[in-house]
Design a protein around this ligand. Structure first.
Ligand SMILES: Nc1ncnc2c1ncn2[C@@H]1O[C@H](COP(=O)(O)OP(=O)(O)OP(=O)(O)O)[C@@H](O)[C@H]1O
Ligand SMILES: [Mg+2]
Length: 364
């Protein structure tokens, strides 16, 4: 893994994900997730299989009509869900019906009805605005996504040249000479050579294929790259090469990266900040160093306990902690939410846990 370099990521927010919900029927794949990515930073998103990392990425690039919440890119709303507004309408209707049933009448009931209708009108307005933004469906080519095996799903009869150029062609570029120049430029940028342009994906190794995937993304000159487990399928030695390449491009192109991974060891040195997801929820978010020094949420602790270190003494003592939510939290009355425990350090917790975490941070 590369040495962590201190890249001054700016304070400008490039991407803002706000109360994002993506439900697949009963399955709350992403449930009220909020985070911001600053321009120039690498934001690591980690968590076990099925916790909603890919769904978060796909929601950002508008592959779904999100259930609820907002996604802003450079201050412009690029995705908007209508769920929260619809839920507010339901709530207002229910409250009014309950009041009526309880026997309230006259002026009081009239007032309540007026209030309900105001809520409904306001929420309907928000729904219309969200639908307008959603419909605009501006092709957000400034955001590109790299997948685990990015060219596995591509027609094997396409040459590397065609694979890399596809986005440019879709964007409307017709000048073949210009396209070729771009293809050669990015091939070299990712550590391949122009002679590779005429070959087919199956002629390449896993690491090289991932480089082609990176080339395919950077040829669009994006500002943000969402890299979804780009190294999970690769040997450890090759993993470091691909991460080094992304780190290199980050500096050369001023890229911002949302880096998705299963485990913390991959993102540790590369990320400025890390968000930890568990079953559709963001459970902890902090600066990388801070998260490793002061992990608060028990799930983060369990992830950390799974990382082996090249220290035999530590390894002998290392105990894997398993996270059993029912044993850790009592959320029957005191409900949890995402709260800032220390500056920039957020944890999903209830009042009692919040007080305990604060105390814990004081001791550090
Ligand atoms: N298109 C879909 N339709 C229905 N359910 C889906 C869809 N995509 C994902 N899911 C479900 O949403 C949940 C989150 O899936 P997601 O792929 O986002 O997880 P992940 O964190 O990326 O996992 P992995 O580390 O295995 O890639 C899972 O329960 C999954 O089965
Ligand atoms: Mg995934």
């Amino acid at each position: 893994m590369p040495e962590k370099k201190n890249v001054a990521s700016s304070q400008e927010t490039l991407l803002k994900v706000e109360h994002l919900c993506q439900y697949f029927k009963e399955n709350k794949a992403v449930d009220d997730v909020s985070f911001e990515v600053k321009k120039g930073e690498v934001f690591g998103l980690v968590g076990e299989s099925g916790c909603g990392k890919t769904t978060t990425g796909r929601s950002i690039i508008k592959l779904y009509n999100i259930t609820s919440g907002n996604v802003y890119f450079k201050g412009e709303r690029i995705a908007a869900g209508t769920g929260s507004y619809k839920w507010e309408i339901e709530k207002a209707k229910k409250a009014y019906t309950a009041l009526k049933k309880s026997g309230v009448s006259g002026e009081k009931l009239k007032d309540a009805k007026k209030k309900r209708d105001e809520v409904i009108a306001e929420q309907k307005k928000q729904i219309r605005l969200a639908q307008e933004d959603q419909k605009r469906r501006r092709a957000v080519t400034d955001i590109q996504m790299i997948f685990q095996d990015p060219i596995a799903s591509i027609d094997p009869r396409m040459t590397v040249r065609q694979i890399i150029a596809e986005g440019l062609v879709i964007r409307g570029e017709k000048d073949q000479k210009k396209i070729d120049e771009e293809v050669y430029r990015v091939l070299e940028l990712v550590g391949l050579v122009r002679e590779h342009a005429g070959r087919y994906p199956h002629e390449f190794s896993g690491g090289q294929r991932q480089r082609i995937g990176v080339a395919r993304a950077v040829v669009m000159n994006p500002e943000l790259i969402i890299a979804d487990e780009p190294v999970s399928a690769l040997d450890v030695s090759i993993q470091a090469q691909v991460i080094n390449l992304l780190d290199d491009l980050r500096h050369k192109m001023g890229l911002t990266i949302l880096f998705i991974a299963h485990d913390l060891s991959v993102v540790k040195y590369f990320s400025d900040r890390i968000g930890v997801m568990y079953y559709g929820k963001m459970v902890e978010l902090a600066d990388s160093d801070e998260l490793f020094k002061h992990p608060l949420h028990p799930y983060t602790r369990s992830l950390l306990s799974a990382i082996p270190l090249p220290d035999p003494h530590y390894e002998k003592q290392r105990q894997r902690i398993t996270y059993v939510p029912l044993k850790e939290h009592d959320y029957t009355v005191d409900k949890p939410s995402f709260r800032e425990v220390a500056p920039g350090h957020f944890v999903h917790c209830n009042d009692a846990e919040f007080a305990r975490y604060k105390e814990q941070m004081k001791g550090n």
